[in-house]
Design a protein around this ligand. Structure first.
Ligand code: CTP
Ligand code: CA
Length: 206
């Protein structure tokens, strides 16, 4: 009965979930990326589907930041929530080389420019959408996560220590706009995802 109750919670709701790490091209064969395993995004997709949601899952690993933005934008207008588990590249090459960069020089400098902050962009587009961000920190976890929650105008942020990066387990603090913090201590990412989806369901029902 408990699972049936949970199963109905997101019926009729459209949830966009991004996962994995973006890839910014440097030249036709090389990319700038990160160590995101994509596990959290997939766990969220699974939990949201089990809750009956209409899930739009976007795998960032196939995309650069602008490509990811376009995919989200195509689904955003009638979505009820956006969950940004994707590890979005903070920088991109100023000039993507048309030809393969030759390995001849002893030193190579590649100029990078800041990418657009997608959560900030979609916070600006938002009507009813519940916005969930992640924060990956190696220090001052709570302080940095609170700042991201505020600056990106999020409804909820899941703060992760970097030990979570390539592990199936994580300790996550869920911080919401009202300042309430919920700690999920050393749990499998599947259970963390299920809890995040419960929080989203409670919010989009309200
Ligand atoms: N994010 C985003 N657009 C970016 C960078 C990040 O939407 N260009 C999102 C991520 O998907 C994540 C949240 O913002 O949900 C926080 O990402 P994180 O890398 O922890 O924060 P940054 O704001 O990029 O700050 P920094 O990397 O300097 O800690
Ligand atoms: Ca970042």
């Amino acid at each position: 009965q408990e699972t049936l109750g949970f199963a109905a919670k997101l019926r009729g709701k459209k949830i966009i979930i991004t996962g994995g790490g973006t890839r910014e091209p440097l030249d036709p064969v090389r990319v700038l990326t990160n160590n995101s395993s994509g596990q959290m995004g997939l766990a969220l997709q699974d939990a949201a589907e089990k809750a009956g949601a209409d899930v739009v899952y976007i795998d960032a690993a196939a995309l650069d930041v602008q490509g990811l933005k376009e995919k989200i934008a195509a689904a955003f207008a009638d979505a009820d929530a956006l969950i940004m588990a994707a590890a979005v590249s903070d920088y991109r090459a100023v000039q993507v080389s048309r030809n393969k960069i030759k390995s001849a020089p002893k030193k190579l400098t590649i100029e990078l420019a800041k990418t657009e902050d997608l959560l900030k962009y979609f916070a600006g587009q938002k009507k009813k959408q519940y916005l969930v961000g992640f924060a990956l920190e190696s220090e001052d976890l709570l302080k940095n996560a609170e700042q991201k929650l505020r600056e990106k105008k999020l409804d909820l942020i899941a703060a992760n220590d970097i030990s979570a990066l390539s592990s199936a387990e994580a300790t996550v603090i869920l911080l919401d706009k009202s300042g309430v913090a919920e700690t999920l201590e050393r749990l499998p990412k599947t259970q963390i995802a299920a809890r995040i989806i419960e929080r989203v369901a409670a919010a989009v029902q309200a």
